[in-house]
Design a protein around this ligand. Sequence first.
Ligand SMILES: [Fe+2]
Ligand SMILES: [Fe+2]
Length: 349
Amino acid sequence: MTATTATAPTMRGGGRNELPPHLDDNLLTPRFYTTEFDKAAKTDLDIARKDFEAMFKEMEADYNLKHFDRKASLERLSELSPEDKAIYESYLVRSVVSEFSGFLLFKEISNRFKKAGRQELGQFFTFLARDEARHAGFLGRALKAEGINVDLPNLGNKRAATFFPLSWVLYSLYLSEKIGYWRYILINRHLNDNPERVCAPLFDFFEPWCQDENRHGDCINLMMRCWPGMTKGFRGKLLSRFFLWSVFLTHTLTVCERGDFYGLLGIDPVLFDEEVIIQTNNTSRNAFPWVYNFDDGKFLEMRVQILKAFRHWRESSGLAKPVALSKFVSLILRQFALPMQKTNAVRYG
Ligand SMILES: [Fe+2]
Ligand SMILES: [Fe+2]
């Protein structure tokens, strides 16, 4: 599905049982998560005490306290065609849901830590929740200016939360923060080089915004270090492989689905997806025991075949549909099994 075929922007807001405009309920839509909170409350912080204190101070400094200007002008949007406006709105809705789901999870982790008497860890996650609430709030204001009200608190109640064990949550959170960082910074760099493509004031805020996501990734890395078993042996390799593969695959399919958004900014979605994957894989060397080895080019090359097979599956019907699906599944499994390389990520214990 492309952004242009998403629900038309004429549908504003929504009742309790509706998803917001531009947000169809499919596999690529952001989800809400829950985890083993009691286990998380047993995190042994002493393993990484010095690094934790440094990271705590950095989060406490709140560098972006005044960054997200509530009175930012929205003038440039008036130059967009109705079609381009719909593409932009679709991007805003998906982004606000994903920022808000981060807020809910961090807030819940923070509350559980505090209830378990782990005040400093509770405060640490309050900092992360603070940033995500700020990001969601800023996107929410941009949507409001478009006449779209997303009822975020109720959206969290409407959608069933997906349960993930703690190790899965930490691996996937690390990746979603770092991939978020690379997405924002690459868009920002592109728009700095092509200022005529800055069609909305939102993009003026991307640089410090992406530094928030980068710091969040470092906070999650610290949590991972407090659980050395998560990154050891076969388990560490399997978790690294699975989450890198699934996050990259979802990114490739999502970017292809939202190709129109990248077109609006003058970005080639396939090249953008490739660069985001290369950089995120490289950054993950700091946290994961294994990352994909892109030296032979196969992982990146296969994305083109995967995209083709995905589109073919979506468009086919009748007997051709299961055949197209099995081709798609066999391709993504082959990509999953491609070579990896060991990293020198700092680990304790
Ligand atoms: Fe965020
Ligand atoms: Fe974040």
